[in-house]
Design a protein around this ligand. Structure first.
Ligand code: PRP
Length: 173
């Protein structure tokens, strides 16, 4: 196997600087609740929030999909729910990747029912070609082609999350 670099560590960090500045401006004077969607987003979220100077409350959520994601957007199991009450709070969901959009569509729908003041989404990556359930990404790192990507939080069978860059996993060679 081989790993080809798709987005370098420097490119990621530079982009996160931009996103953090934008978030800082957009939430000026507001208390912000950041929800890190586990597992994949933990590294992106940690880097992002350390650059945003506004007061932030951080919580975590974990969900897994089951069944046929091409048919319905209802097949999502919440494995870890929030501890914080989000009613009237400004929420920023942080994801590593929006692929089919199933996970985020479901999470947004569920959290919307808890009456937050606002919900926005930050995702490091977006695979447009795979998108089935459209979601609006307010703060996007990079749009990528339909490639099997690993690193910077993204895994292959639980491995490679620790890589500081985004790579493309290749079985051959
Ligand atoms: C990945 C990623 C998103 C989801 C995106 O999670 O972190 O949550 O897939 O895919 P979707 O847009 O098709 O729903 P994964 O289930 O691989 O779990 P992990 O974050 O623990 O790696």
């Amino acid at each position: 196997m081989a790993i080809d670099t798709l987005i370098s560590e420097a490119q990621i960090q530079e982009r996160i600087d931009d996103l953090a500045k934008q978030i800082e401006q957009d939430y000026q004077g507001k208390d912000l609740v950041v929800i890190c969607v586990l597992n994949g987003a933990f590294i992106f979220c940690a880097d992002l929030i350390r650059r945003v100077k506004n007061p932030i409350y951080v919580d975590f959520m974990k969900a897994s999909s089951y069944g046929d994601s091409t048919v319905s957007s209802g097949n999502l199991k919440v494995d870890l729910d929030l501890k914080v009450d989000i009613e009237n709070k400004h929420i920023l969901l942080v994801e590593d990747i929006v692929d089919t959009g199933l996970t985020l569509t479901n999470i947004l729908e569920r959290l919307g029912k808890r009456k937050p003041a606002s919900i926005k989404l930050a995702s490091l990556l977006y695979k447009e070609a795979r998108n089935i359930h459209p979601v609006n990404i307010d703060y996007l790192g990079f749009a990528i082609d339909d490639l099997f990507v690993i690193g910077y939080g993204l895994d292959y069978a639980g491995k490679y999350r620790e890589l500081p860059y985004i790579g493309v996993y290749r079985e051959d060679s």
